[in-house]
Design a protein around this ligand. Structure first.
Ligand SMILES: [Fe+2]
Length: 308
């Protein structure tokens, strides 16, 4: 069996040439894993796959973890995290953008980033797809880092950034709040969804990937709050804000991102230590169902900021 690899638009690759329902050799497993490290975003299409197979396949990439949001885990398969639009939970995820009602839109983020210990990766499988909308965007922050100019690279090498968890999008300082209105059913505080009050998480602005050694620009818009003590590095407060705005705009450019329009049965695996992702959401009532498995993060990439 030989794997076929073809580039997606801008970042990531599609991998085919194997049958997930046949036993995979150790060589194929090793090749899949190395493609994951090389490209960060892998698309698999047209695999006839059951929840059990998704779980088994995901284990090639590392031990699985269950998500702290217990409300969204599957009763039958604790390793599956169910992302559903068009069901009775829509009310918790509906907001208005330029007057348009949208379910489940999420800004660019890395999963569990706010804990300082993000999961290593995740695999999404489309069970029910929306005919339009419902795209998932992926952004390669190693490529975004590589494309920075040398002066910026030298500056950010020394800096740290803090992320501040909030249930309210309006509290996020670096997302686009133009035309945004929260819906009436959105959770207001972490306890509303059984979350604790997370302390801020701090990361070096450039994180070295624990496996590939590549440098990753650790600046992602969701929950991004501030540069730590910018004055110590010759930056005023305003300059530190401008720097973060510039880096966010840089990383979201089309050349570092890929938006996936789902077909039934598609699977996308991404490296959450390197790639950010976002969702465009759907119109109210539109059915969309994605099953996610999560690959455990066994390295703490940031640190939790303990109040002094
Ligand atoms: Fe996510």
């Amino acid at each position: 069996m030989n794997l076929t690899v073809s580039a997606l638009k801008n970042v990531g690759v599609e991998v085919s040439g194997f049958d997930i329902n046949q036993p995979l050799t150790e060589d194929i497993k090793a090749e899949l894993k190395s493609l994951w490290y090389e490209h960060a975003i892998l698309l698999f299409r047209d695999q006839d796959i059951s929840p059990e197979k998704q779980i088994e396949f995901s284990r090639i990439f590392g031990p699985l973890e269950t998500h702290p949001l217990k409300v969204n885990t599957s009763d039958e398969y604790p390793e599956l995290f169910v992302l559903e639009n068009g069901g009775d939970k829509d009310n918790f995820a509906t907001a208005f953008y330029e007057g348009e009602e949208i379910v489940g839109r999420l800004d660019w983020h890395m999963d569990l980033h706010y804990t300082a210990r993000p999961n290593h990766g995740a695999l999404l499988r489309a069970v029910v797809v929306a005919e339009e909308d419902g795209l998932t965007g992926f952004g390669d922050l190693a490529k975004a880092y590589d494309a920075l100019d040398d002066d910026t690279k030298a500056l950010i090498e020394k800096l740290e950034v803090a992320y501040s968890f909030s249930m309210q999008r309006r509290n996020m300082r670096f997302v686009n709040l133009g035309g945004y209105e929260p819906g009436p059913g959105l959770p207001m505080k972490p306890a509303d969804i059984g979350f604790p009050d997370f302390a801020d998480a701090v990361y070096p602005m450039v994180v070295r990937h624990p496996m590939s050694g590549r440098k990753v620009l650790e600046v992602v818009e969701q929950f991004l709050d501030r540069v730590i003590t910018p004055q110590q590095f010759g930056l005023s407060n305003d300059e530190s804000i401008e720097l973060l705005e510039r880096l966010i705009a840089h990383s979201k450019q089309p050349e570092f991102t890929y938006f996936h329009q789902w077909r039934e049965g598609d699977m996308v695996l991404w490296d959450n230590w390197r790639a950010m992702h976002c969702t465009t959401g759907t119109k109210p009532g539109v059915k969309r169902l994605i099953n996610r498995t999560t690959i455990e993060g066994d390295v703490t990439l940031g640190r939790v900021l303990v109040a002094e």
